[in-house]
Every structure is written in structure tokens, then in C-alpha cells.
Design a binder for this molecule. Structure first.
Ligand SMILES: [Zn+2]
Ligand SMILES: [Zn+2]
Length: 230
């Protein structure tokens, strides 16, 4: 039976942004999502699993999620991907830094601009890009469907895997992203969540940008922000 995806979640930086490292145990290719900071720890995980980074993806351009983009790009050579609607926010990281009273991180060149419906591939895995604006204009979530996300089904595994959703700061366990920062919109985030996330299967595992993981079923049933239609 083929091995399942390597998936490590590291809360990084002082705002504890969840960085996810997704690796194919066969081809050793990886996707790194939101390397907020602490690139050394990310590199340690990559080295421990002998992974080569195919792409570095930013769910949105808030300072706690993007601090490590440039350094991780320099060390691995992998392209940096972000939605086009967050490029303005990214270009003005100095404003976010000043607002928080911290030094702005080095910014990376964005090698590929993401849009709704793009497919990201690494090894035998594929995830689709969902544009979920509201927390920021260019917030994205990544969805790996059950099994289809894993071409493993074709290589002999019989165990069905649940789908996985990487929700950035759009959807949290029991909460949703704040919308009071630049470019945020409460009606928009609710529409994004209802139309693009809650339509996913109940068993979908949700990995938010901060805090604990959850499932789509739990959030649809009990998230206090989502009990009335958008
Ligand atoms: Zn954020
Ligand atoms: Zn965040």
C-alpha cells in the first residue's frame, strides 16, 4: 500500500501562524504553505523527510504569514505563489510592520499569481485554489479532495482519505477571520465561507491559519458565525 501524504503543521512566529508542510513520501516533493517565520524549523522538517520544495504558497499577505517567504525561496529556489488581489497588501508590509511595532520582513518576488480554479501539483498530489476574499481581498484556501488529491488511489491504496482544506485566516475552529483590517469585508468573508467552503463534504479536515484543526461538518453545525445564511 502506498504511503499517505506527509503533513506537518508548525505554529511559527509570535502570532503562531500555522505553517503546513505537505510532502509526497514517494517522490519527496513538497508544498510549503504560509512560512510565517522560523524558516530554520521549516528547513529542519524538510531535511528530516528529505523533501524538495516545489512551491511556497501564501494564503494571504498578512505579516504573520509571509515573513519567511523570501528566505525559504532563497534557500530552496522554489517559486513563491500568492493571489493577485493581495499584492498591494504585500507591497506595503512596512505599514503592517509599523502598525504592529515590528521590523518589516524582507519581501519576496511573487513568481506566480494565483487565481480561482488553479491546480497546484507536487508529487502525486494536487490541490485546487479557492479564492475566498473577506479577511483580505486576495485570501485563498487550498482544497485537496478525498483521494483525488492523492493519485495514491491509482497506485494501489484502498483506504479512502478525507479531503483536506487549508483555510488561511478565513475559517477557524469556532470562529472566522477578522474583517476590520485593510481590505476586509464581513459580507464577503461570509459569502466566501458559505459558497466555497461549507459546500465541501462534512468529513473534510480543516487546517486554519491559527489554532486547532476542525472539520467542515463541525463548523457547519456549530460555528456561531455561520448559523444564518450569508
Ligand atoms: Zn491574516
Ligand atoms: Zn494570521
Amino acid at each position: 500500500m502506498a504511503e499517505q501524504m506527509i503533513h506537518e503543521v508548525l505554529p511559527v512566529g509570535w502570532l503562531q501562524c500555522n505553517c503546513s508542510i505537505l510532502g509526497d513520501p514517494e517522490t519527496r516533493e513538497a508544498l510549503v504553505l504560509d512560512p510565517g517565520d522560523e524558516v530554520d524549523r521549516v528547513l529542519e522538517v524538510l531535511a528530516r523527510h528529505s523533501l524538495t520544495v516545489r512551491a511556497i504558497v501564501s494564503t494571504h499577505a498578512h505579516i504573520d504569514h509571509v515573513g519567511g517567504l523570501q528566505r525559504l525561496h532563497t534557500v530552496t529556489g522554489a517559486p513563491v505563489l500568492m493571489h493577485g488581489d493581495d499584492l498591494d497588501l504585500y507591497r506595503h508590509l512596512d505599514l503592517q510592520a509599523a502598525w504592529l511595532g515590528v521590523r518589516p520582513p524582507e519581501t519576496a518576488q511573487i513568481d506566480q499569481v494565483l487565481k480561482e480554479g488553479d491546480t497546484l501539483r507536487w508529487g502525486r498530489f494536487a490541490a485546487s485554489v479557492l479564492h475566498t476574499p473577506g479577511h483580505t481581498p486576495g485570501s485563498v484556501s487550498l482544497y485537496l479532495p478525498p483521494d483525488a488529491g492523492t493519485l495514491i488511489a491509482l497506485s494501489g491504496s484502498t483506504k479512502a482519505e478525507e479531503g483536506r482544506l487549508f483555510a488561511g485566516d478565513t475559517l477557524f475552529a469556532g470562529s472566522i477571520g477578522r474583517t476590520d483590517l485593510w481590505g476586509g469585508s464581513m459580507p464577503q468573508i461570509l459569502r466566501s465561507i458559505h459558497e466555497k467552503l461549507l459546500v465541501l463534504p462534512d468529513g473534510t479536515l480543516v487546517y486554519p491559519g491559527h489554532g486547532a484543526s476542525t472539520t467542515i461538518g463541525e463548523e457547519r453545525a456549530a460555528n456561531p458565525f455561520l448559523q444564518t445564511p450569508a
